[in-house]
Design a protein around this ligand. Structure first.
Ligand SMILES: Cc1cc2nc3c(=O)[nH]c(=O)nc-3n(C[C@H](O)[C@H](O)[C@H](O)COP(=O)(O)O)c2cc1C
Length: 219
């Protein structure tokens, strides 16, 4: 039986491509199925960077390999209930916007990804988060030229070219990332290159929980 992994994508362009590379490697190991949960902004940004087809390779559909979005899940984020039922071995949220981090540290659950985090905490599912705004200073990142992701769906998975932009990280967002590090059950990482190492202990089949092997009737 494959290890069931959950991936939350928010509307962040920073570290998006690098995260895709890491999650793709994990999914290609053949031993892991990945369900992806996206915020509305996550959908837009993934499309704007031309990565939607790449996402379909990682989560091709079928049980526990679905792509769930705020748009199809509605306000109650029904599928987030899978987390307290012990379905998933871990939840990776990468990249996590400053907005999503602020919501998590203040206990707000009003998107599919923030609900996934809340339910994972309730279900004692390990959570790994890569915030985009970790340190004060200037970050340099690539901004896509087109905001209209639909134009990008048909393109090759090659990353959409964009312009390099520099942005100042707000101290408020850094403080929220620090609060996140202090939260129980949450591992904060600083760069996508850490993803494989930090997830490795959770990727072995031996760790299977009983609940994980229970077929879902409701969710
Ligand atoms: C192309 C693009 C890239 C963005 N990159 C980031 C980012 O790296 N970090 C961030 O905090 N917000 C970023 N944003 C802004 C978020 O998408 C926006 O705050 C959104 O409301 C976040 O919603 P979510 O947290 O529910 O995903 C970006 C927006 C666009 C259009």
């Amino acid at each position: 039986m494959k290890v069931k992994a959950a991936w939350g994508i928010t509307g962040a362009g920073h570290y998006l491509k690098e995260t895709f590379d890491m999650v793709r490697n994990i999914s290609r190991s053949g031993n892991v199925s990945v369900t992806t949960f996206l915020t509305r902004a996550g959908v837009e940004v993934v499309k704007a960077y031309g990565l939607w087809n790449a996402l379909r390779e990682i989560s091709p559909g079928g049980y526990y390999q679905e792509i769930f979005t705020d748009g199809d899940q509605g306000a109650s984020a029904f599928k987030a209930g899978r987390f307290f039922r012990g379905i998933y071995r871990f939840l990776l949220v990468s990249p996590a916007t400053a907005n999503t981090v602020a919501k998590i540290v203040h206990g707000i659950a009003d998107t599919l990804v923030t609900n996934a985090v809340a339910e994972a905490q309730r279900g004692s599912v390990p959570i790994v988060i890569l915030p985009t705004d970790l340190r004060e200073g200037i970050v340099e990142t690539t901004f896509p030229y087109s905001r209209n992701g639909d134009e990008c769906i048909g393109q090759s998975n090659a990353m959409v070219q964009g312009e390099r932009v520099r942005a100042k990280v707000r101290s408020l967002d850094v403080r929220n990332s620090e609060l996140l590090q202090a939260m129980e059950g949450i591992i904060v990482i600083k760069h996508p290159s850490e993803i494989e190492n930090v997830l490795r202990p959770f990727l072995t089949r031996e760790m299977d929980k009983t609940a994980e092997n229970t077929p879902s009737r409701i969710l």
